[in-house]
Design a protein around this ligand. Structure first.
Ligand code: BGC
Length: 786
């Protein structure tokens, strides 16, 4: 190997002698590639390691950077995690400056806004902060489909529906990249569970792949054009996502016409040469072992220079677009006020009003009893890697309510704050090293205690979830509850669930705990006996059980994970200062287990996880474990509302559901033919007494055309501006013939069947308001080339 490398080096050096002044420009990438030595090329396709835990990192606490080749004017470019904000250390050891960035709302909360302009604005704000902090690539948006309500990263992703996910992601990307920085659309693809995420094989039909799991990415890629895409950890039908030529080349590049850099997820590459050859341009975060493996593969012939050159070209084409290349003079001083105001409004608008019996909301400022641990310790965001550092602080609910003119009942407050302080102390003495980060939602590696603590990482996360999120201790005794109910105008109870990367939620987290149920019973008995309402805030990343208790309370507001202005956003929505106009981005089942995907999801793995996970290499000769080593997507395309509406299974709250503080009428609905297909149009009038925004959801029922079809599918959506009472707005939604197609596995192409299509504007996937039908005269096939 040494001889070959020396020979190659000599050739390269000769080239270099003639090219001593050669420096990278936008125009000379081929020349630069010719001037790079083989080792330098390998350097470029392997990252420099992660920025966290590295005192020499230029940007401490960030995800990584690429290697520079100064002699050819190739700079490093720098990555920070998203998608909830720019994830970097807020403080540095060597100065006293504040490096905080705005901690925005989670993807699943942004999705309930159904507002692509909001997604654009949030992306734009995050991209701006990234650029002004000196970095080049934001690792987001995340957009894997919510196949199961228990996936541990659903909060980072948008929805169970690919159209909603794809449109939100595309807008976010366009917003972020309008700053001249790169996004990384992740995790490509079919990364729908966290359990054994690096080994699990997602086994999925071509049709479900095309219509669901790749569809959102296709929309985001074609309409957003992210400069980079991140390959996922899992296998897809037996081939690792980062080694999957079909995924990376046939589908992503040739099929969708995308040109950009594919980077691996962090430590996601299994066989380096296979990944590089398959079109995974950049191995992240990159180790010396990765470099050596690639050099050995070149020597042994397993990695061709052509493949390496192709990847280097993709990387250089990215580099020349980035701020680090142009030497952008970043300010490192971001005025976050404007972004915080944006966040406050978007988060409030994204909240979903699930119940509002007797119009108890909007609530007039007065005295409220605030119950539940998380009323005093909200979970503003994702608890995993992606977006933690900046989430250490947030506006508390107490502060938000006080600013809005409420009095928070002091005796309830004292009970809970004393309780929380006592719990903290217990945890501090049981797990001293965990404690420091405990109440700020630690990164997994911070709580995976190099074995100094007697617990595994899953126990640590579990403990955190149980003690912080789930335990809604009914601290009040009956007498004091009665007094509180008499003294206050309303009870507000917050129910929370936390979740984060690397772990899925378990089925039991879907249920309410006995203490949560007891608390709801006691509150409703006490407050209702004085004719006072009980309002429940759901500070959850994904659906939880609601049917057994919702009749006992008056109002339910899904607040999701609203980011750092949490308390203010919630107060705005409760008081109607901002009209909550969110709609569910997922179906909320009656029971866990109602969705067919639940049968093939590791919902009960819990603490046994470790013993079940074994590296692929050691699997030989043993039987593979279902849902651990592989997961069969037996439900095919019947995910979320596609299943619930078609099978007519009872549902707690359907996809698209959400109430308003006002009412809307749908008038003059129509569908007309257009050059590419159809345009659906409707006027929406605010017929109530308060201002509000309506989400228009366009569902289409398609003729079977020889395939099995869901009853209806979302084919477009739009959101009105804020309409004053009496005001109306006409909106139109284009739907192309291609948008109406299903994947025909036999013909291996998209097919729009001939026949009658019903275009319906619905209040949710379950409730149609209008119905216009059109005929497609001839079947239409496309996409054979993929
Ligand atoms: C996550 C990615 C993330 C990367 C870098 C991985 O563990 O899956 O979403 O961008 O780490 O932090």
């Amino acid at each position: 190997m040494k001889r070959l490398l020396t020979a190659l080096l000599l050739v390269a050096m000769q080239v270099n002698l003639h090219a001593q002044d050669l420096k990278l420009t936008r125009e000379n990438i081929p020349e630069i590639i010719a001037a790079l030595t083989p080792e330098e090329k390998v350097d470029l396709v392997v990252g420099c390691g992660a920025g966290w835990g590295n005192p020499d990192a230029k940007f401490p606490g960030t995800a990584g950077w690429t290697r520079a080749v100064p002699r050819l004017g190739i700079p490093s470019i720098y990555f920070a995690d998203g998608p909830q904000g720019v994830n970097m250390a807020q403080a540095r050891e060597y100065d006293t400056a504040d490096y905080s960035c705005t901690f925005f709302l989670s993807g699943s909360t942004l999705a309930t806004s159904w507002d692509v302009e909001a997604a654009h604005a949030i992306g734009q704000a995050i991209g701006y902060e990234l650029k002004e902090r000196g970095l080049d690539v934001i690792l987001g948006p995340g957009m894997n489909l919510h196949r199961s309500i228990l996936c541990g990263r659903n909060q980072e992703y948008f929805s169970e529906d690919p159209l909603l996910s794809g449109k939100m992601a595309a807008a976010w990307i366009r917003g972020a990249q309008s700053n001249g920085i790169a996004t990384s659309l992740k995790h490509f693809a079919v990364n729908n569970q966290e359990t054994n995420r690096k080994e699990n094989d997602s086994r999925v039909s071509q049709r479900a792949l095309r219509e669901l799991y790749l569809k959102g990415f296709e929309i985001a890629v074609k309409e957003g054009n992210p400069w980079t895409v991140m390959g996922s950890y899992n296998y897809v039908n037996g081939i690792h996502a980062c080694e999957n030529e079909w995924l990376l080349n046939d589908v992503l590049r040739d099929g969708w016409g995308w040109q950009g850099v594919v980077m691996s997820d962090w430590d996601g590459v299994v066989r380096q040469a296979n990944a590089v050859s398959a079109g995974c341009d950049l191995i992240e975060p990159g180790t010396e072992a990765d470099r050596e493996a690639l050099l050995a593969a070149m020597e042994g012939g397993a990695l061709s220079m052509d493949a390496l050159d192709r990847n280097v070209r993709n990387i250089l084409e990215l580099v020349v677009k980035c701020p680090s290349f142009s030497g952008y003079d970043y300010s490192n001083d971001i005025d976050r006020k404007e972004h915080q105001e944006l966040l406050r409004r978007v988060a409030a608008e994204s909240m979903v009003l699930l119940k509002n019996e007797g119009n108890v909301l909007p609530l007039k400022p007065g005295s409220v009893g605030l119950y539940g641990v998380s009323s005093y310790d909200l979970i503003p965001a994702n608890m995993g890697v992606n977006g933690v550092n900046n989430g250490v602080y947030h506006v508390s609910l107490v502060q938000g309510l006080r600013e809005a003119g409420f009095t928070v009942c002091p005796s309830v407050l004292r009970e809970y704050t004393d309780y929380i302080a006592a719990e903290k102390e217990k945890i501090a003495s049981a797990y001293p090293s965990v404690y420091k980060q405990f109440f700020r939602y630690p990164r997994p590696e911070e709580i995976i205690p190099g074995a100094s603590e007697p617990m595994s990482s899953s126990v640590a996360l579990g403990a955190m979830t149980v003690d912080l999120g789930l335990k809604q201790t009914a601290v009040s005794n009956r007498q004091s509850l009665k007094e509180q109910a008499e003294a206050n105008e309303a009870a507000i109870l917050t129910l929370s669930r936390g979740t984060g990367e690397a772990f899925d939620r378990s089925a039991s987290e879907f249920e309410l705990t006995p203490s949560e149920k007891t608390l709801i019973d006691s509150l409703s008995r006490a407050y209702h006996s004085f004719g006072k309402p009980v309002i429940v805030l759901l500070n959850v990343p994904a659906p939880i059980e609601t049917v057994s208790w919702r009749d006992k309370v008056d109002a339910i507001l899904l607040v999701g994970q609203p980011g750092e202005r949490a308390g203010e956003s919630i107060a705005d929505a409760l008081t109607g200062t901002v009209a909550p106009s969110g709609r569910l981005a997922d179906s909320w089942p009656v029971h866990y287990g109602d969705a067919p995907a639940d049968k093939n999801f590791p919902s009960e793995v819990g603490q046994d996880l470790k013993s079940l996970i074994t590296p692929r290499a050691t699997r030989e000769g043993r039987e593979l474990v279902r849902n651990i080593d592989y997961t069969d997507y037996e439900e095919g395309i019947y995910v979320g509302y596609r299943y619930f509406t078609t099978s007519k299974t009872d549902i707690a709250y359907p996809f698209g559901y959400g109430l308003s503080y006002t009412f809307f009428n749908y008038e003059k609905a129509s569908v007309e033919a257009s050059a590419s297909g159809f345009v659906a149009r409707v006027s929406v009038r605010n017929t109530g007494f308060r201002p509000g925004r309506e989400v228009l959801q366009l569902y289409v029922s398609a003729p079977a055309g020889g395939l099995d079809k869901p009853v209806r599918e979302l084919k477009g959506f739009a959101k009105t501006r804020l309409l004053a009472p009496g005001e109306s707005e006409t909106l139109e939604i284009p739907v192309s013939l291609q948008d109406l197609a299903s994947w025909n596995e036999k013909k291996a192409c998209w097919e729009t069947a001939r026949g009658i299509y019903h275009f319906c504007f619905g209040l949710s996937a379950d409730m149609m308001q209008t119905d216009c039908s059109v005929r497609v005269k001839n079947a239409y096939l496309y996409g054979k080339q993929d």
